[in-house]
Design a binder for this molecule. Structure first.
Ligand code: H79
Length: 470
């Protein structure tokens, strides 16, 4: 090469390097100091939480080696949630590792999973990158106990999911267990009771520094998750100081990430909200298998199963009806929360048919009624009326939704809504405006058309009112 060409190549290289640097620092947004993270303004917090608050409906995926035994150990059904089988059946680490070796999800099709979620109306997915059993679904550099190095499948299982989520415009977030039954510096020495609160590991700090943090770094840097969803924070080793350290550590890497309250030690049992008036780290509360009784000014998300397990159990057929799931979503939205609904794929990589059917029913319902769920807020004074009516309101607009969770008779009354004079009231999914009458103290009474096809309205019915809250 002539010197002049060499020089221009060099100049070009330097130029593109600088461009690339500029681009990447722009992409990742500004970086924050610990101080800025801890003292985030309400306005910045609201902005960071915006997409999540609008989303309302997420899908949880519990997937790992526990899907191999699928709830059965040595020919016996093991009681309790499937992903806890290692603890519940007191399986030694070396024996449990055999399940991880056998884990071979050849039928895993991330594109199909995400398309199904998208069609169900799901806006974000949270997957177990590592559950309490310690097994990692990606190719971790600090461990061989992962899908790429250890399991029969020998593949990174997260990257296909990340790609599919990007393709369909679904956000991807990561569940990550702090408790680790496999790591010698965490809870492994507790065998046969991995989950005991009677023992602490003197090397736990080394686990945090040399394993937990590097794994989180890999996850954030490689897959750019929208949410980190911690769990297993109740172990006696975990402290508020660790909560602060991990919260700031993650947000320094990705300032706009959202992190649940289980990063810290404030969670009040299964009800999931923080206790007391102390300040804890974490952006939202995490009721588990329950819906908040009322509302809260602290953001929250109810995570729930469709049957009685998170991780796949072949003999759990106790499925909730689509009606129950749709009513839960309506109830949660009315109370200002999010619904994180779980699926537990099989060891082959298939989402159980019963879950697929229920998600499809939710998608059909949301196609018609989604405007009463997404981008809504709770009303000022009332989120419900009796057991079977819920209310939502379009964010920042005088548009109200009355949701009937059961089948109304020939008319329905919403006590807390007043339509604008002469405005039209609609039943979503029915094209004609409905007859209505408002009276002071009574609310609005809406006539259900006698000639409408009732079978088209098999699930919760949503009535839309332009007007005001009374
Ligand atoms: O991943 C799923 C479950 O495996 C996991 N969380 C969901 C999302 C889960 N962990 N624990 N449990 C479910 C039930 C355990 C509850 C207890 Fe406790 C742990 C009882 C005592 C320690 C947490 C802390 C609840 C009460 C105190």
């Amino acid at each position: 090469m002539k010197t002049i060409t060499k020089l221009s190549v060099l100049a070009l290289l330097i130029f593109s390097f600088v461009q690339c640097k500029e681009k990447s620092s722009k992409d990742s947004g500004q970086t924050l100091t610990d101080e800025q993270i801890i003292n985030e303004s309400k306005q910045d917090f609201n902005q960071r939480m915006k997409w999540w608050r609008d989303a309302k409906f997420g899908m949880f995926i519990h997937w790992g080696p526990y899907a191999v035994p699928a709830g059965v150990y040595k020919g016996k059904e093991v009681d309790g949630i499937g992903e806890w089988i290692m603890d519940h059946a007191q399986i030694p680490v070396s024996e449990y590792e055999e399940y991880a070796r056998q884990f071979d999800p050849v039928k895993y099709n991330a594109d199909k999973w995400v398309k199904m979620a998208k069609d169900a109306g799901v806006k974000y997915i949270i997957i177990t990158t590592k559950h309490h059993d310690g097994f990692a679904l990606w190719d971790s550099k600090v461990s061989d106990y992962d899908a790429k190095d250890f399991a029969a499948i020998h593949k990174d299982l997260l990257m296909p999911l990340k790609k599919a989520c990007d393709k369909y415009g679904v956000k991807l977030g990561f569940y990550h267990s702090i408790m680790d039954w496999h790591h010698p510096d965490a809870q492994r020495p507790n065998y046969p009771n991995y989950n005991t609160d009677k023992k602490t590991n003197p090397n736990f700090d080394s686990y945090v520094e040399n394993y937990l943090k590097p794994q989180l770094k890999e996850l954030v840097e490689t897959y750019d998750p929208a949410v980190l969803w911690f769990d297993g924070e109740w172990i006696p080793e975990w402290t508020h100081a660790y909560g602060k350290e991990i919260f700031t550590y993650v947000r320094e890497m990705k300032p706009d990430i959202i992190i649940n309250n289980r990063v810290d030690v404030g969670r009040n049992g299964m009800q999931g909200m923080n206790e007391g008036n102390e300040q804890f780290f974490g952006d939202f509360g995490t009721p588990e298998q329950e819906i908040l009784e009322g509302t809260s000014d602290f953001d929250w998300e109810s995570c729930m199963t469709m049957n009685d397990t998170w991780g796949y159990k072949k003999n759990d057929h106790n499925w909730k009806s689509a009606r129950t799931l749709i009513n839960n979503l309506s109830d949660i939205a009315a109370k200002g929360g999010n619904y994180l609904l779980n699926v537990g794929p099989t060891a082959e990589g298939l989402i159980p048919q019963a879950s697929v059917e229920r998600l499809a029913a939710m998608g059909d319902w949301l196609d018609v009624n989604g405007e009463a769920i997404y981008k809504t807020e709770r009303l000022q004074n009332h989120y419900k009326q009796g057991e079977n009516i819920r209310y939502t309101k379009k964010e920042g607009q005088p548009v109200y939704y009355g949701i009937s969770l059961d089948k109304p008779g020939s008319s329905i009354t919403f006590k807390y809504l007043k339509p604008n004079d002469g405005s039209d009231v609609y039943l979503l999914g029915y094209d004609q405006p409905l007859e209505w009458k408002y009276s002071e103290g009574q609310g609005v009474t809406i006539q259900i058309p006698s000639n409408m096809n009732r079978e088209d309205f098999d699930q919760a019915m949503v009535f839309k009112v332009n007007g005001a809250e009374v």
